[in-house]
Write a protein that binds this ligand. Sequence first.
Ligand SMILES: Cc1cc2nc3c(=O)[nH]c(=O)nc-3n(C[C@H](O)[C@H](O)[C@H](O)COP(=O)(O)O)c2cc1C
Length: 166
Amino acid sequence: MAISSETFRELFASFASTVTIVTAYADDAPSGATVTACSSVSAQPPLIMVALGRESRTLSQILRAGRFGVNVLADHQEAVARLFSQSTVNKFSRLDWILDGDVPCLPDSCGFVAARLSSELTVGDHVLIVGSIEKVSCTSQTPLLYHRRQFARCEQIGVKANASVA
Ligand SMILES: Cc1cc2nc3c(=O)[nH]c(=O)nc-3n(C[C@H](O)[C@H](O)[C@H](O)COP(=O)(O)O)c2cc1C
């Protein structure tokens, strides 16, 4: 049975996703994109995966640099998510950032990963990038979510932020 693109989009719009900024530093310049297609892959060894559209400028810079960063946005960073979803080249001139583990890090974020590119796989119109995690930092801030095509705070979709797991 053929799946309509409307059904496909509805299914994934129902996911409540963490919002990340995936970054790279190549040719003396930072690049970055808003990404929800990000997941852990393996604990031993620690691996992380992101899916980037084939046309993404950040993707080409990751392939050049052989490294990438993942910044998990906190719920006060919706403007950052909107900024990095644009295709302009000078996104980093509008906010504070540092190089950490040779990749751009946004210091106000909820969490940060620096990874070395370990494999890539072109799948349809996206490229899956798998990275070996070399550095991690996390804070107790509450993450920004994306749900039903809108940015949302945990409370707005009924998630109790920072609840402990039994
Ligand atoms: C909430 C949200 C989630 C997104 N998730 C992804 C994603 O998982 N992968 C992707 O390639 N683009 C995603 N995008 C689109 C990119 O952020 C957008 O195409 C951006 O312009 C890419 O920038 P670049 O070409 O500088 O890399 C998302 C955009 C938004 C607003």
